[in-house]
Write a protein that binds this ligand. Structure first.
Ligand SMILES: N[C@@H](CCC(=O)N[C@@H](CS)C(=O)NCC(=O)O)C(=O)O
Length: 235
């Protein structure tokens, strides 16, 4: 059965295909590709809460698999792993599941928290006016700073983000992927954290020879270049 996958969509950066820009949905997108499941993509505006009211909450990603509706990217990964055990494993067993849970928490609380607010001004400029106003109100309400004030901290935020990635650089010296010999869910988490800036801001976040940037290029090539197909802000 085809799985319906709801994520955020906005005006194309170039061409005619609407751009996708939900960081957490980039994880789900790769998780579904990893499992090789048939997917129907549904893009929704961030302001269109009516389109996702069936899920009983206001955020994406959401999947609908038959009668089952699951929201929250990590819960979706757990659902896919439990429901489709005969497909390639996202976690690689119980220890891998625990590692992915840690990695998810680290990425959200450290990586995203350090970098993303400083890119929200550029991000909002790529959206339709109502969606941009929604993002501005949400971010400024949460931080009590304007998007312009947050953007002024961009260089510092990028430097701090690069430093946070040091353990990943160390791990990538001994294995090709964050999760080991092959890409699994922790790789998709980190991929999402780099894919969002890639499609949001023309400012490079990593030097091209950074081991994490080299790994990210490999991630963009997975599943027939699924990630690379999303237009980069800098191109
Ligand atoms: N912990 C959730 C976070 C989901 C989330 O924050 N999604 C954002 C898009 S990336 C959203 O839908 N925001 C709705 C809004 O800002 O109104 C997950 O991992 O899925």
């Amino acid at each position: 059965m085809t799985i319906e996958f709801y994520q955020l969509g906005g005006p194309p950066l170039r061409g005619t295909t609407p751009r996708r820009y939900s960081v957490f949905s980039f994880r789900t997108d790769m998780a579904l590709a990893h499992k090789g499941l048939p997917v129907e993509h549904r893009l929704v505006k961030v302001t269109d809460k009516a389109a996702i009211a069936f899920s009983g909450q206001k955020k994406v990603p959401i999947i609908r698999d038959g009668d089952t509706v699951v929201s929250d990217s990590f819960k979706i990964a757990e659902y896919l792993e439990a429901t489709y055990p005969d497909r390639p494993s996202l976690f690689g067993g119980e220890a891998g599941h625990a590692y992915a849970r840690f990695f998810n928490s680290w990425a959200d609380r450290q990586l995203i928290a350090t970098l993303f607010l400083s890119l929200m001004l550029e991000h909002s400029r790529t959206l339709e006016p109502d969606d941009a106003a929604h993002i501005r109100a949400g971010m400024e309400g949460a931080t009590k700073k304007t998007l312009e004030e947050l953007a002024a901290g961009k260089d510092k935020a990028i430097a701090a983000f690069q430093k946070l990635l040091d353990p990943v650089r160390s791990v990538l010296r001994t294995q090709p992927f964050v999760a080991g010999a092959t890409a699994r869910y922790p790789d998709y988490i980190l991929y999402s954290v780099l894919q969002w800036p890639r499609v949001t801001s023309p400012t490079p976040i990593l030097a091209p020879d950074d081991a994490v940037a080299v790994w990210f290029e490999r991630m963009l090539d997975l599943f027939d270049g699924r990630g690379r197909a999303e237009p980069a802000a800098a191109a």
